[in-house]
Design a protein around this ligand. Sequence first.
Ligand code: ATP
Ligand code: PRP
Length: 212
Amino acid sequence: MITLALSKGRIYDEAGPLLAAAGLALTEDPEATRKLILATKRPDVRVIIVRASDVPTYVQYGAADLGVAGSDVLAEHGGQGLYQPLDLRIARCRMVVAVPEGFDYASAVKQGARLRVATKYIGTAREHFAAKGVHVDLIHLYGSMELAPLVGLADAIVDLVDTGNTLRANRLKVVEEIAPISSRLVVNPASMKLKRDELAPILEAFGKAIRG
Ligand code: ATP
Ligand code: PRP
């Protein structure tokens, strides 16, 4: 049996058609059931539903043989113990630094000001500002990062931007681009060796589905 870890919502919305094209359509809608283990059209492949940020952990420990995870989540996790053979090119967005529209970020940085930065991506933010030599105090949040500068919790945020609607609605602007983001297929290295015959056609089918 092959186990694939997936998150509901955005990742499933975009990975669903890829799964179907790869012959792995789910037999039940994960948004309409409370079940966390779901069958696919292939009797030897099942899907487990986990939080987006937990996908790398399930695959790293071999509780899932493979999974779909955002490159933002993988960067934060560190990617230890994971093969990343395919960029699925779904759930694409950008990791950015954003500040209130009226805030002169360039001047603050030039003056060596110590900035308070709110983010869910502590490791990514730490690495980004260290490379730029910007002094920051990081504040760990789990969502709605855009709110933090509006209520005085932070000067800036590190978060994902797609359409820019959330930033605009909250009168924030992008001041630095950190990385483009997309979802990757991740595979447990032991599974790659021990279940090679079962996994190889699945990886191939995903590759074809992306190209298609
Ligand atoms: P968790 O449940 O673990 O807190 P989450 O709520 O961030 O995760 P989603 O919002 O479903 O989960 O996001 C899953 C992934 O989709 C992210 O890791 C990122 O790679 C991608 N993503 C997030 N926001 C966007 C967006 N606005 N546009 C496109 N892709 C996005
Ligand atoms: C993500 C991200 C931004 C928003 C960006 O949040 O954290 O807030 O999408 O997308 P946009 O540029 O198209 O507006 P999400 O919708 O996942 O909500 P969350 O706070 O629950 O993570």
